[in-house]
Design a protein around this ligand. Structure first.
Ligand code: SF4
Length: 427
């Protein structure tokens, strides 16, 4: 049985218990939310990664995406990126390779980390179609499902499958006059090209029951892909995007009825003033499904610093209800990320998730403790409370103060120390 089937029967599974303990909520809460499709628990039954819950009332999770491209194929580097993502505190990892032997790199990454690992099967469909049939658009329908099965049996824990792009979605895209920034989802672009070339419906939509049957075998979480996501802020929340969201909402319900856990993916590029609306609309339409956003990045003009721009977007999204945020790295929109980019990207996304959770879950205890430690000039406590203690330690070590309980910012004129003396004397 899948976790949602177990939950619907009123049973609390060991994985539900583990998630409840990690999140500090009751096991019954987790069971109820899983049964209603508002929380997913990731974990292919063949692989059993660390238990992880994504959804309502839980800490916002961070995803790091890695993978080769057709230009840079270095399996060792991808393994290093996977390890770094895990060490830096990513909650999930997406293996999105498109270059080299895709089966081999996926299997290696699945062995490298204990995190839940996700994929986008369409990438491999496109890659194999090109190699075997000469063009992506020549992929036979059967290949779509062959790849799905192969990845499920390898132990992949969640899959972004672009089921919500159908003839209606493409129609909306055409009627609205295409887009300022075009289609930026690789899966989305591939599907639209395939459907147009073959004058045929998206196989993942047309035979959605087959998708469900394959994923259900190993309790793989279906992440309903956002193939129409905006790749420019001027395209955010357009009709094609909303059409796909509506279809994904219906498919999500169907998946849950069939016993498959599912979440829905969101964009992309969204200006700050539209993020709250985007998240709340998605939550409302999907009956509070777990919502997975890619960034979002609230501007298009910060290549090199998109990881920082996306902190603003992801924090807002998390605040208003997004449950999983995908990192952006300094290489976003420019090149394939290197290991150092992964490290920075995960750190930035963790900051965003934390900031969002301060508002969403009202968690401010750590900030309170830090404020007291700072007031007390308790440097070891400050180090303990810091998210990134290696940076704290490095900066302090390279600029040691003359008076050990202060820092070199104000030195002997330490404001906290001066005031501390006054207040201590008054007591
Ligand atoms: S020296 Fe200045 S910055 Fe450093 S702890 Fe004291 S008040 Fe804060």
């Amino acid at each position: 049985m899948t976790q949602i089937e177990i939950a619907k029967k009123g049973i609390i599974s060991p994985r539900m218990e583990a998630v409840a303990e990690m999140e500090g909520v009751s096991s019954e809460y987790i069971r109820k939310m899983v049964s209603q499709g508002r929380i997913v628990i990731m974990g292919n039954t063949l692989r059993k990664p660390v238990p992880l819950g994504v959804g309502e009332g839980l800490r916002t999770k961070v995803n790091a995406s890695i993978g080769t491209s057709t230009d840079i194929i270095d399996f060792k580097m991808e393994e290093e990126k996977a390890k770094i993502a895990q060490e830096e505190g990513a909650d999930t990892l997406m293996e999105l390779s498109t270059g080299g032997d895709l089966d081999e790199i996926r299997r290696r990454i699945l062995k490298t980390v204990s995190l839940p690992v996700g994929t986008v099967p369409l990438y491999q469909v496109a890659s194999e179609a090109k190699d075997r049939f000469g063009a992506i658009v020549k992929a036979p329908k059967e290949l779509f499902f062959e790849i799905l099965e192969r990845q499920v049996e390898d132990g992949v824990d969640f899959m972004a499958v672009h089921c919500g792009i159908n003839r209606l979605t493409v129609e909306r895209l055409k009627k609205q006059g295409y887009r300022v920034g075009g289609l930026v989802s690789r899966g989305g672009a591939f599907l639209v090209a395939w459907m147009e070339y073959n004058n045929s419906e998206n196989p993942y939509y047309e035979y959605f029951d087959r998708v469900l049957e394959i994923l259900k075998r190993r309790d793989v979480v279906l992440s309903l892909g956002n193939g129409m996501r905006s790749g420019a802020i001027h395209d955010s929340n357009d009709r094609a995007q909303l059409q796909e969201l509506i279809i994904n909402s219906e498919l999500k319900e169907e998946a849950n009825r069939y016993g498959v856990q599912a979440m829905v993916e969101g964009p992309g590029h969204i200006p700050l003033d539209e993020i709250e609306m985007n998240v709340k609309l998605a939550k409302k339409i999907t009956n509070n499904s777990p919502y997975y956003v890619l960034g979002p990045v609230p501007s298009d003009v910060f290549p090199g610093y998109d990881h920082i721009a996306s902190v603003a977007g992801a924090a807002l999204a998390a605040w208003h209800g997004a449950d999983l945020v995908c990192y952006l790295t300094p290489a976003e929109h420019i090149a394939l990320p290197f290991p150092e980019d992964v490290k920075i990207g995960v750190r930035c996304a963790r900051i965003a998730a934390y900031l969002g959770d301060m508002m969403k879950l009202g968690r401010r205890d750590r900030d309170l403790e830090m404020a007291v430690a700072r007031k007390n000039l308790d440097w070891s406590k400050q180090l303990d409370l810091s998210f990134f203690s290696d940076e704290f330690e490095r900066i302090r070590r390279t600029r040691p103060p003359e008076t050990p309980d202060t820092c070199t910012m104000c030195g002997t004129l330490c404001a906290l120390k001066a005031v501390k003396r006054i207040f201590e004397n008054e007591r």
